[in-house]
Ligand binder design. Structure first.
Ligand SMILES: [Zn+2]
Length: 206
């Protein structure tokens, strides 16, 4: 199995398994219930991630406090009255931004950004970087106007040597690109499997 492929698969698994995502809607009943202590009924959450105290501040904003690892995690419940759906947002205890989801990690509740969760869309960055590099090296060797120079589906193995270049130099440069493309494809395939493929197709038509 190519190394890159294995790497991508391991990553994908980690994202979905190690964090438990809670949706803001979980807290919706707490907008109308009496203040006090509650517990989220979920087998995925630790005791500390379940138990909460519901309070209300002087502005009438309700918030819940989880005590995780002896640290209070305050999450405000903010109803968006501007939309017809009355969407509920919860604030991240770390950045205070309004979120639709928070993640239960070992000793905290936090939003995706604060945790630095690597989603599929983020893990495509190394792949995109690699693609840009391959295209750049191709252009250096065959020129900007070479047909299919940007087409990652096109094999470069039989593309001709520029007239002015020594064979040895050419082969070195070409083999380097071939090597990078071998690294690129397992990443691209993993990417196609983890997203819906539309982004990938868009890249192709550039
Ligand atoms: Zn945050």
């Amino acid at each position: 199995m190519p190394k890159g492929h294995h790497y991508g698969r391991t990553q994908t698994r980690a994202y979905t398994g190690e964090y438990h995502r809670i949706n803001a809607n979980v807290f919706k009943p707490l907008l109308t219930t009496p203040l006090g202590s509650y517990s989220i009924n979920s087998e995925y959450l630790s005791d500390n991630h379940r138990k909460l105290v519901l309070k209300e501040n002087e502005n009438g904003v309700r918030y819940v406090t989880f005590t995780i690892n002896k640290t209070p995690h305050q999450i405000a419940l903010k109803l968006d009255n501007s939309s017809a759906s009355n969407k509920l947002y919860i604030t991240c205890p770390y950045c205070q931004k309004q979120r639709q989801h928070l993640y239960a990690i070992k000793h905290a509740y936090a939003c995706r950004q604060c945790i630095g969760l690597h989603y599929a869309s983020q893990s495509e960055r190394p792949q995109e970087r690699l693609m840009r590099r391959i295209r750049k090296l191709r252009k250096e060797l065959w020129g900007f106007d070479w047909p299919e120079v940007n087409n990652m589906f096109e094999q470069i193995a039989y593309w001709p040597k520029p007239k002015w270049m020594r064979w040895k130099t050419f082969e070195q440069k070409r083999n380097n690109i071939i090597l990078l493309e071998k690294k690129y494809w397992p990443m691209a395939i993993t990417q196609m499997k983890t997203t819906f493929g539309d982004r990938f197709m868009a890249e192709k038509s550039n």
